[in-house]
Design a protein around this ligand. Structure first.
Ligand code: NDP
Length: 241
């Protein structure tokens, strides 16, 4: 890839699952990657894993749940790493409980990370993308944002909100040369299903893999500038699990 074509991406939640697979796929495609999450050691291991590709990969420790700091931290990363061409808003958490049994603090935690932190990451990146008149923002939403699943209420609401956020930013920023894509995966076999906030039990062999989603994210990112994938839904062939 020539110097003029060199692209830089910032990927949140790159320490595991879909974000990590996306970092590996982007690096393999020659895209420099700034990797964000709370676990800087895990991020450094991802950087190490892509060192043979020759791309620049750098780890940044950011807790995206600290909402008031997110904008300035993202701005600081762009100053340190260089202008970002592709922002992948992937960090998020799963959460299961009937809505009637969801404590307000849990509801707030899910909305803060899955929705409001994305809003703040975008605001952190937008000024430079506008100045440059170009940029691609890819938000990882979920099939749960389009369809109700019992016991996934807070999560569904956060992802439905993220769909609306994506659609609104897409309309508002089109004139500035910025395109927004919402990727809506069905069940993907990642650590999200093993956290203490998620209770689910089904045959994991039928799930999507993080690598499948990463390929779609890469495809959306590399699409010629005059085109945009507004929304892409990818589900296991076996259906909702
Ligand atoms: P993982 O649990 O494997 O990854 C979640 C990532 O988010 C980790 O890198 C984690 O890093 C990061 N993260 C969590 N909390 C914070 C925080 N406060 N600040 C910064 N980073 C944080 O899950 P997935 O790969 O499955 O999930 C990625 C995205 O895909 C999520 O938005 C999820 O909702 C979405 N999704 C997942 C599906 C699935 O079935 N797995 C289906 C549809 C959508 P660290 O812990 O190091 O901070």
């Amino acid at each position: 890839m020539s110097v003029e074509q060199k692209r830089r991406a910032l990927i949140t939640g790159a320490s595991s699952g879909i974000g990590k697979a996306t970092a590996l796929a982007f690096a393999k495609a020659g895209i420099d990657v700034a990797l964000v999450s709370r676990s800087v050691d895990k991020l450094r291991a991802v950087c190490e894993a892509v060192s043979h590709t020759g791309v620049e990969a750098k780890a940044y420790e950011v807790d995206l749940a600290c909402l008031t700091q997110v904008q300035e931290k993202i701005q600081a990363i762009t100053l340190d790493f260089g202008d970002i061409d592709i922002l992948v808003n992937n960090a998020g958490m799963g959460y299961t409980a009937a809505l009637s049994e969801t404590p307000l603090a849990d509801w707030q935690r899910v909305i803060d990370l899955n929705l409001t932190s994305v809003f703040q990451c975008i605001l952190g990146i937008l000024p430079r993308m506008r100045e440059r008149g170009t940029g691609t923002i890819i938000n990882i939403t979920s099939i749960a944002g389009k369809q109700a699943f019992p016991d996934w209420g807070a999560y569904s609401v956060s992802k439905a909100g993220l769909m609306a956020l994506s659609q609104t930013f897409a309309q508002e920023e089109r004139a500035h040369g910025i395109r927004i894509t919402a990727i809506c995966p069905g069940a993907v076999n990642t650590e999200l299903w093993d956290t203490e906030t998620v209770h689910a039990n089904f045959d994991r062999s039928k799930m999507l893999t993080p690598e499948i989603i990463a390929q779609s994210i890469l495809h959306a990112a590399l699409l010629p500038q005059q085109a945009v994938i507004d929304e892409l839904t990818i589900t296991p062939r076996a259906g909702a699990l």
